[in-house]
Design a protein around this ligand. Structure first.
Ligand code: FO1
Length: 309
């Protein structure tokens, strides 16, 4: 594809699709635009979980069982931190720590998150484009019965147990798309939305005005991979969140959520097709690499089928 493929992604599920895409198409034709709504400063360090999960996944460094962080991680820093009474609810492995320290140092001297991320990707032999959605801060917060929580406090410290009544992306309306993001969207021949949590990992991207405007103006078909299989979400709080927001946990609800944005929806072979959107089916469960390749191919095929002319 001359115009290339752009994939909007966040979280572990999204990284799996990007890994599949990386195996079925040339690296220079693929650009991942990554959610930064989960980013936060922890112990004075800038942590970008969805960018880091993607870097680890695409470079083969990821702890696959855990979903986040690195394989073969060591925990000396955390042990020393605990001795000193430091906050230990958010686990920073020794190798992971280096990423945050270097990112912090470069941000402090004025480098942009996009350039830093691209340098990390190239240092680890990743050929595809990896772009943060924005270089300005966007912070996902959830409103619970006991008040607003910043995302990592909800997701990690509270293990997603509080009921979510509202979700907000603080800073999104002032945030600009990161350098290259709009150009990649406008030049794309296909735009994919990974099976990430639509409410927590995709919506922050769509909340950046310049990104949603570009997506509406783009000529490329937009295809989403549903995060729901058989009325359940595979990982994370998607299904719980949908139930708490009064949404049925179904592809119809996903299609409604993305209405006006998507032209196609890839759903699991066993699920029924929602109204009003072109669907394709495959086994969308991604366990091993063959699964990821299958789902990536099916998403690209659906996008191809929706291209004009
Ligand atoms: N998730 C956890 O459940 N517990 C952790 O201690 C934890 C630490 C962590 C450190 C770095 C990083 O990049 C991700 C980390 N995550 C942890 C996962 C993270 O909360 C999620 O990957 C995203 O924010 C949601 O997709």
């Amino acid at each position: 594809m001359s115009g290339g493929v752009v994939v909007l992604t966040g979280g572990v599920g999204g990284a799996k699709l990007v890994l599949g895409l990386q195996q079925v198409m040339p690296a220079e034709g693929l650009t991942a635009i990554v959610n930064t709504g989960d980013d936060f400063r922890h112990l004075g360090l800038p942590v970008s979980p969805d960018i880091d999960t993607l870097l680890y996944t695409l470079s083969g460094k990821a702890n696959k069982a855990q979903g986040w962080g690195r394989e073969g991680e060591s925990w000396s820093f955390m042990a020393a931190l605990r001795e000193l009474g430091g906050e230990d609810w958010f686990a920073l492995g020794d190798h992971d720590l280096a990423l945050h320290v270097v990112r912090g140092m470069r941000l402090a001297r004025g480098d942009g998150l996009a350039a830093i991320t691209q340098d990390f990707a190239r240092a680890w032999g990743i050929g595809i484009g990896i772009m943060p959605m924005s270089e300005q801060p966007v912070a996902t917060h959830v409103r619970t019965p006991s008040g607003w929580l910043e995302f990592q406090r909800y997701f990690v410290e509270r293990r997603c147990e509080p009921v979510v009544e509202e979700i907000a992306f603080r800073g999104a309306s002032e945030a600009l798309p990161a350098p290259g993001v709009v150009e990649a969207i406008m030049a794309a021949e296909a735009i994919l939305i990974a099976p990430s949590n639509p409410f927590l990992s995709v919506d922050p991207l769509l909340a950046v005005p310049g990104i949603s405007t570009a997506l509406q103006a783009a000529s490329a078909p937009v295809v989403a991979v549903s995060p729901i299989i058989g009325g359940k979400a595979i990982k994370g709080p998607t299904a719980k969140l949908m139930a708490e927001m009064g949404l049925e946990v179904s592809n119809a609800a996903i299609a409604r959520h993305y209405a006006g944005l998507i032209d196609g929806l890839l759903i699991d072979a066993g699920d029924e097709a929602p109204e009003g959107v072109v669907v394709a089916r495959t086994d969308t469960m991604m366990r091993d690499d063959a699964d990821k390749v299958r789902v990536a191919r099916a998403a690209l095929d659906l996008a191809h089928g929706l291209m004009p002319g």
